[in-house]
Design a protein around this ligand. Structure first.
Ligand code: FAD
Ligand code: NAP
Length: 406
C-alpha cells in the first residue's frame, strides 16, 4: 500500500491540509494537485481589497513559493484530476495515473453561471479566482455603470468595492431581501440602508431577462421591461460544488460530497473537505454545505486528524464575516428558527449586535463592527448555555461575563 496522501484541489482547504500534515508529523508522501495556475491562496481579499484597493491578487497566498519544496510537498499546478477509481485507489491526471493511500477531495465550488440571452457578451464577469479579479479590476473605472446580479456576498462586497472606485452601481436581487441565504430580514435591512446611503441602487425582487449589447455589454433587461445601462456586469448568484469526480466514482453526494465529522466519504480511504462537502454538523444538528473560510480551515484539521489516526475535534457554531464599506459584519450560527430577537447597541451610533434566541439559547448572532465581542459570543454559543436577554441587551454588561466558567 502506498503511503501517499493525494489532495485534489490546491485551494484554501487543500493547501492548509498539506501544511498541517507535515507540521503534525506525517512522514509519507504528499501530492497537492490543482487546476489553477496560482499556488494555494485564500479568496476573501478578491472581492474586498483586491477589487477596491489595488492589492496584489495573490495577497491571500497561503505560503511562499519555496514552502512546498522545503516541506517535500509535490505541488502540481494547472492540472486537473479527470477521474477517480476508488477500488484501484488511483486518479487520472491527463495521460498519467496517480496512486494514493488516502485521497482527499478539496475541489471547492465554482460560481454558478447564468444561461440567459446575451450571457456570453464581453463585459460580463464571475468572481471566484485571481484570474477573474485580474480581468475585472481594470474595468472598474470611475463613472462606469456596473450591475451586480445577486444580492449575496459577491454582489454586495463587489458593489462596495466598485463604488469605492467611483463606479455607478446597481445590485439586482431576485428575492425580496438581500443576503437571504444567511441573514435575517432585520440585518439585511441594515445592509441595504448602508448601501443606499453610499449611493448603490438596490433592487430586490428583480428578475433578469437578458443582457443586451452589440459586440459588448450595453444594458441589462429585467422581466418587467426595465432596461439598466451597464458596461460591466458581475454575476454572483451562488456557488455549485465541484463534486463531479465523486459522483462519477459512485461516492454519495447530495448538494456536495457527503462526509461525516471525520471528513470520511462513503468510499474507503477517500476524504473530502471544504466548500465541496455536505457535512453532518453536530452544532447545527443538520446536514449542511458550509461555504466559508473557517470551514475550510476546520475541515483541513479534521482530515489531518483522521489521516494521523487522531479523534475528531468538537465542532461549535459556524462563523463567517463580510466587509462592505465601513461595516464589518460577523455572523455566527445558522439561519435557525428562533423565538426571540435581542438587540444590543444601535447601527446608527456604533457597534451593534442582533441575537436570535431559541429556548433562551443563542442560535444566531450578527455582530456589526463588534468583532471584539466575537470570541465571547462564540464561547457562549458553543456552550449552549441559556442567557438572560436583559443582560445580552445591556451594553454595560460584558458579554465575557455571561460565558459559563469551564
Ligand atoms: P477553493 O478555495 O475554491 O479551492 C478549490 C480548488 O480546487 C480550486 O482551486 C479549484 O479550481 C480546484 N479544483 C476543482 N476541481 C479540480 C480538479 N478536478 N482537479 C484539480 N483541481 C480542482 N469566506 C468567508 O468566510 N469570509 C469571506 O470574507 C469570504 N470571502 C470570499 C470572497 C470571494 C471572492 C470568494 C470566491 C469566496 C469567499 N469566501 C469567504 C469563501 C471562501 O473563500 C471559501 O469558503 C473557501 O475558499 C473554500 O475553500 P476550498 O479549498 O474548499 O475551495
Ligand atoms: P450567495 O451568497 O449564495 O448569494 C447569491 C445571491 O444571488 C442569493 O441571494 C441568490 O438568491 C441570488 N440570486 C440567485 N439567482 C439570481 C438571479 N437570477 N438574479 C438575481 N439574484 C439571484 O452567493 P455569491 O454571493 O455568488 O457567493 C459565491 C460564493 O462565494 C459563496 O460560496 C459565498 O459564500 C462565497 N463568498 C463569501 C463571502 C463572505 O463570506 N464574506 C464573500 C464573497 C463570496 P437565492 O438564494 O434565492 O438563490
Amino acid at each position: 500500500m502506498t503511503e501517499r496522501v493525494v489532495i485534489v484541489g490546491a485551494g484554501q482547504a487543500g493547501g492548509r491540509l498539506a501544511a498541517i500534515l507535515r507540521k503534525q508529523g506525517w512522514e509519507g508522501g504528499i501530492t497537492l494537485l490543482g487546476d489553477e495556475f496560482d499556488p494555494p491562496y485564500e479568496r476573501p481579499p478578491l472581492s474586498k481589497e483586491v477589487l477596491a484597493d489595488d492589492a496584489d491578487p495573490l495577497v491571500g497566498r497561503l505560503f511562499p513559493d519555496t514552502f512546498y519544496q522545503e516541506q517535500e510537498i509535490a505541488l502540481l499546478l494547472a492540472r486537473s484530476a479527470a477521474s477517480l477509481d476508488p477500488v484501484a485507489k488511483r486518479i487520472q491526471v491527463g495521460h498519467e495515473n496517480l496512486d494514493y493511500g488516502t485521497l482527499v477531495l478539496a475541489t471547492g465550488a465554482r460560481a454558478r453561471r447564468l444561461a440567459c440571452e446575451g450571457a456570453d457578451l464581453p463585459g460580463i464577469f464571475l468572481l471566484r479566482n485571481t484570474e477573474d479579479a485580474r480581468g475585472l479590476r481594470p474595468r472598474l473605472q470611475p463613472g462606469a455603470h456596473v450591475v451586480l446580479i445577486g444580492g449575496g456576498f459577491i454582489g454586495l462586497e463587489g458593489a462596495a468595492s466598485a463604488r469605492k472606485r467611483g463606479c455607478m452601481v446597481t445590485v439586482l436581487e431576485a428575492q425580496p431581501q438581500l443576503l437571504g441565504r444567511v441573514a435575517d430580514p432585520a440585518v439585511a435591512e441594515v445592509i441595504q440602508n448602508l448601501h443606499r446611503a453610499k449611493g448603490v441602487e438596490i433592487r430586490c425582487g428583480a428578475q433578469l431577462e437578458a443582457f443586451e449589447g452589440h459586440g459588448r455589454l450595453q444594458a441589462v433587461r429585467l422581466t418587467d421591461g426595465t432596461r439598466i445601462p451597464a458596461e460591466i456586469a458581475v454575476v454572483g448568484i451562488g456557488a455549485v460544488p465541484n463534486q463531479e469526480l465523486a459522483v462519477a466514482a459512485g461516492i454519495d453526494c447530495d448538494n456536495g460530497i457527503v462526509v461525516d465529522a471525520a471528513t470520511r466519504t462513503s468510499a474507503p480511504d477517500v476524504l473530502a473537505i471544504g466548500d465541496v462537502t455536505a457535512q453532518s454538523h453536530a452544532w447545527l444538528g443538520a446536514r449542511v454545505r458550509l461555504e466559508s473560510w473557517e470551514n475550510a480551515e476546520l475541515q483541513a484539521q479534521a482530515a489531518a486528524n483522521t489521516i494521523l489516526g487522531r479523534p475528531a475535534a468538537a465542532v461549535g457554531a459556524p462563523w463567517f464575516w463580510t466587509d462592505q464599506f465601513d461595516l464589518n459584519l460577523q455572523i455566527l450560527g445558522g439561519r435557525c428558527p428562533h423565538d426571540r430577537v435581542v438587540s444590543r447597541g444601535n447601527p446608527a451610533d456604533g457597534p451593534w449586535c442582533h441575537f436570535f434566541l431559541k429556548d433562551e439559547r443563542i442560535v444566531t448572532a450578527c455582530l456589526g463592527n463588534a468583532g471584539r465581542e466575537r470570541r465571547a459570543v462564540k464561547q457562549l454559543m458553543d456552550s449552549r448555555a441559556p442567557v438572560e436577554p436583559a443582560a445580552l441587551a445591556d451594553p454595560g454588561t460584558s458579554l465575557r461575563s455571561l460565558v459559563p466558567k469551564a
